[in-house]
Design a protein. Sequence first.
Length: 373
Amino acid sequence: MKRLKSIDILRGLAIFGVVFHHLFFAKFRYGLTVERLSEPVTTFLSSGWLGVNLFFILSGFVLYLPYAQGRRQVTTGSDVLRFYKIRAQRLLPLYYLSAAVAVASVYHNVQVGTTFFWRSVANYAFVTYPFSSETFMPPGNWVLWSIGIEIWFSVLFPGLLWLTNRYGIVRVLIAAIVLALMVRYVGREYFASHSTRVVLNHVSDSVLGRVDEFVFGMAAASLYVAKYRPPKMQSALLCVVLIAVSMELWALWYRSELPYVSSVSFNLPLDSGLFLLILLAPRLQSPGHGLLWPMQAAGIMCYSIYVWHGIILIPFRELISQSWTFVPVYLCASLFVACITFKIVESRGRPWKEILPPILQIDASDDVISEKG
């Protein structure tokens, strides 16, 4: 089944932002470093993290779209099991491979059979690390925290489907926003150190603390199926304003110019802007055939790129801090490993011409989306 091109391009944008953030955030940090740039530029260059928010919203969109279109349904236990089977086949093979590499890289000096070793293995095996402050950023590959949230959202998804079918997507979205704000408040107020501006913690950024982002994606899928297309110019302007407002709020917060717990609501304008972006993306045409191909290809391979870029960055971090000339080497190494696992693990060895789009046929128009998500 054909993929939704605009979604792949947005995924490419998201993975670019995340990799850029992990490479260069320490150099900008919202103006708290020696890098002398204007505040809007510094704020923008410090905001690659928003790619994770976009990933969560896109996950909700992709998972809900076939149900919104009526191509799938969850009315019986077998339907739920079928969903879990498909989702497990999509997420778990690459996840467990990357987890095994992470465990081997961190615990090679730990005696096999000790309680510490087996507890660490169990955290990865059963994806329990997101529930503890000590393991929320899993040792060996800290970026897997968001994959853990994705996995747990997949576990909750049939329940959200039932609620949506019964109460409607609008009510479920409102409830998800209220729940997420409450969870984020508890996490910021009671489970975070207010003396340091650490953005993530195991409560505020748990699956319940981020559930509104997934449901934003589900709501976007509903409007997409209903063929709602917002006014292009006005919506594009509002999209930019909402995202810029969120970026500026996070910049002020990070510089301690806003109260610590105020950050619980900063994702709302961002998520609203990204929600509009998803609805606008199918209408934004490529200025030329092939110009967006690298972004689309990166979006198709984003899972492999994501799970490896962090662990490969660890040995490169000190080299990059000394000279930016090592950045291309790091990027090539990450892309090389990602290409291997994308082809062998994610695509089951299918030919490249079947898993990546032809360069000369890309535009941002949409057909139907791959059910694999």
